[in-house]
Write a protein that binds this ligand. Structure first.
Ligand code: XUL
Length: 543
């Protein structure tokens, strides 16, 4: 008769899902957009006004206020919350929150008659948090890489080469740019461990799923890798929280939340990153399937039994909440690029879908590389749009171009995970669009399904709360049983690959790779090849 709450603090919004474990049902779900609900912070798509195109910071106080509003909504939902047994969460990965020495104790004694932001403001040694969209730390990445003995050593230990958005390079940049504020920092939290600390009124640890996004954690031992810690910033070892399994019970909801919203002393379970939580929320507790999340970023991920590191250096290995590992590859120009195409051609989403449905697979040889923002995969430091056989005013060509290019990039850059993909679960906002999922099915030659609960990160957090609570109560349950009935595909959403089209896409992916190499200044102009593929597209029938 227990309820479990999962909260997802993502880039643009905060979502909560309450599950009734015995009934295996989602009983409450709510989401709030930061820009719309908390306009006083002045964010755009969850990011504070940019001081430079490659800088992306947000407000930890805004996240705390959003959590307060959402807990208020849950409390007012009409459900019997005395049944709430545990709460856990998911957060955008890599972002960091800088607390001063007073914070450690002050978190225990927040005044329930006042909102969290005003009480937290004096506890921050840095008022803003750099987030995953920041790509301004190229110099720090190079310095850390050199200091630990090269990219291969860093990837072997931490699961990734140095990435601009990863927390280590971000901490290093802060320590170089504002040494007094860095010295006044007693604790550097991730968004996940900050939010968990807030709920428990106690210091929460970082789990191996989110810790692996820092370029600081040794994957094999899930402990801080001291070579990287020392290479990153002075005295950092004393400023990092503990690392602990995702199932760690941090404590119980602090008196602040109990008195402010009338909630019970539910267990607070360590939070994790959105991708590790989505791994659970898409039911990938066994090797062999993948999920593609079409959100602010597009991400492909799957469970790995062994920490296979990407030899090309674009992918990552993170810890999985199951105690295994997960492979993932991240594309920054996800929804962002889809929205830009829609807006630039003045389309509604239904016009966008119609254009996609009315253009032929293969796009008659029109290829569009939509790097509106610096791209993570492949690494693109300077944004730019690259068109092959595509005129700048061709709206349908851009619509199909952006979707095909994204799907081919996801397929091509995830080969390193060595997962034989026959089924894909699609999640995130754009997964609602079945036309996009058909392109995914044809490109991957796999069946693609939507999931009944689309907010996979929040659901995964709720399921993690349940799993950890049972384990802490001495009645553990297997992951397979935890997800049963709660993580289910929508059968009628199934998109089947069309064999002849897949053969065409297999050829087109080689052309796409050549376009990418050319755009990055690493290969010859593939325009003739693009034209030849265009002529072949004309011959394709049956779509
Ligand atoms: C993962 C990544 C993004 C963020 C935001 O490496 O950068 O997926 O977690 O969702």
């Amino acid at each position: 008769m227990s309820y479990y709450l999962g909260v997802d603090s993502s880039t643009q919004s905060l979502t909560a899902i309450l599950i009734d474990a015995d009934a295996r049902r989602v009983v409450f779900q709510s989401s709030l957009s930061f820009d719309e609900t908390l306009p006083q912070y002045g964010t755009e798509h969850g990011v504070l006004p940019r001081s430079a195109p490659d800088v992306a910071v947000s407000s930890p106080l805004m996240w705390a206020d959003a959590l307060d509003l959402m807990i208020g909504r849950v409390a007012a939902s009409g459900h019997d919350l005395s049944r709430l047994a545990a709460i856990s969460g998911s957060a955008q990965q890599h972002g960091s929150v800088y607390l001063n020495a007073r914070a450690v104790h002050a978190l225990t004694g927040l005044d329930p008659s006042r909102g969290p932001a005003e009480q937290l403001a004096p506890l921050l040694s840095r008022p803003v948090s750099p987030i995953w969209m920041d790509s301004s730390t190229g110099e720090e990445c190079a310095e850390i890489t050199a200091a630990v003995g090269g990219a291969e050593a860093l990837a072997r230990h931490t699961g990734s080469r140095a990435f601009e958005r990863f927390t280590g390079p971000q901490i290093r940049k802060f320590s170089k740019q504002d040494r007094p504020a860095y010295d006044a920092t007693a604790r550097v939290h991730l968004v996940s461990s900050f939010m968990a600390s807030l709920l428990a009124g106690a210091e929460a640890p970082i789990d191996p799923g989110d810790g692996a996004g820092m370029n600081l954690m040794d994957l094999a031992s899930t402990s801080w890798w001291m070579a990287a810690v020392h290479a990153t910033a002075p005295d950092l070892a004393n400023k990092l929280p503990a690392l602990a399994p995702s199932s760690t019970v941090v404590g119980t909801l602090s008196s602040y939340w109990r008195r402010r919203h009338g909630l019970p002393a539910a267990r607070v379970i360590a939070w994790s990153g959105d991708n590790p939580c989505s791994l659970i929320g898409t039911g990938l507790v066994r090797e062999g399937r993948v999920a593609v999340s079409l959100g602010t970023s597009d991400v492909i991920f799957g469970l790995l039994r062994e920490p296979r590191v990407d030899p090309t250096g674009t992918g990552h290995v993170f810890g999985a909440p199951t105690g295994d590992f997960m492979g993932l590859t991240v594309f920054k120009n996800g929804s962002l690029a889809r929205e830009r195409v829609r807006d630039e051609f003045g389309l509604t989403w239904s016009e966008f879908s119609r254009a996609l449905g009315e253009t032929p697979p293969g796009n008659i040889g029109r290829i569009f590389l939509p790097w509106y923002e610096p791209e993570i995969t492949p690494p693109v430091a300077t944004p730019g749009l690259h068109r092959y056989g595509l005129s700048p005013d061709d709206a349908p060509g851009h619509v199909r171009g952006v979707i095909e290019s994204q799907m081919m990039a996801i397929a091509r850059h995830s080969h390193w995970m060595q997962v034989n993909v026959d089924t894909i679960y699609a999640t995130g906002g754009a997964s609602a669009n079945l036309q996009i999922l058909q392109v995914m099915a044809d490109v991957f030659n796999a069946d693609v399904y939507q999931l009944q609960v689309e907010s996979s990160a929040a659901l995964g957090a709720a399921l993690r709360a349940w799993h950890a609570d049972l384990a802490a109560s001495g009645t553990p349950m297997e992951w397979g049983n935890i997800i049963a009935g709660l993580v289910e595909p929508v059968m009628e959403s199934r998109r089947r690959p069309r064999g002849s089209l897949h053969d065409h896409y297999a050829d087109l992916m080689r052309v796409h790779a050549a376009c990418e190499a050319h755009a990055l200044g690493k290969g010859p102009d593939p325009s003739d090849w693009v034209r030849e593929m265009g002529a072949r597209t004309q011959e394709l029938g049956g779509w």
